[in-house]
Design a protein around this ligand. Sequence first.
Ligand code: ATP
Length: 339
Amino acid sequence: MGNPIIKTTGLSKRYGEVQAVEGLDLSIREGEVFGLLGPNGAGKTTTTLMLLGLTEPTAGSAWIDGHNCTREPIAVKRIVGYLPDNVGFYPDLTGLENLVFTGRLNGLTDAVSRSRAERLLERVGLTYAAGRRAGAYSRGMKQRLGIADVLMKDPKVIIMDEPTLGIDPEGVRELMNLIRQLSAQDGRTLLLSSHQLYQVQQVCDRVGIFVKGRLIACGTIGELGRQLENDGRFLLELQAEPMDEALRKALAAIPGVKEIQPAGDSWEIVSSRDVRPDVTRAAAERGAAILSLRQRGGDLDEIYRQYFEKAGDRDDNHEDARPENGSGGLRLFRRRKKV
Ligand code: ATP
């Protein structure tokens, strides 16, 4: 992967009493797919707007490909394509006509614009709908037309806001493939802002977790998982028979076990070290059969939840900052009561 192409230092934005973004230091390399993750109100859109030069930071700075986003918004616009979560098109123009129009706005001749539009419609799988009114496109089709539209100006960097919102699973799969291609084949840099963890996890090289305007963690999924383990947070899921008070007490007495929480038919055991052998022994000593014992923490869903619990440990008033259930089969991330 290449040199840093997006860079922010101490980037901050305050709206009156609300600190929407605070001291953001971010460096994204050329060709990278980076996921900016966080619940509603975390500051993702505000960050995006500052990168696009559409809103001015109250402190710090942002740079894209060597251009200051606040002082050189036109230069930035030339190299950055932005796909908002609700893409708008002229409803009475066809998909092809909409793209040709964008090409013209970007200074392309009609001939170049048309051939590029046709090529891009093919790339996003919309050739069959090229002559249909954009107003009659489904949400998924509009999203793909949006990507073609962004590509009309051949941007080095593409910023997408909630790209998977309202798209069916097959559509999401196609979109993810396309995003990977844009990075792997074209060498473009993609910044995706989303709270759809599962979908984003499949496609991002790195993710940044945003809470209340602050980036609380940043790295590959593997790095974030290892970081949690180094911080001494192991999470086990246990199902046993019987799961009674005697077993719970025995497990709670294992050195390193911090918390035991009910989770459906299972218990979640939070510990500061790997306690699997001790759990097995404690169950055997009490004549309990282990039906399943699983270490969790390897996927982004889990990593996200644990980071939120850590943030909650530091500041329990941040309950409202916890992510809500998305459409990707995620659980609610609220802390459960202790057993
Ligand atoms: P969402 O996922 O809901 O889009 P987000 O992570 O993009 O959320 P932002 O829209 O950046 O979050 O909002 C961050 C904070 O800044 C929120 O508390 C929001 O209410 C506040 N905020 C955003 N824009 C403005 C504005 N124009 N005026 C006042 N406050 C604002």
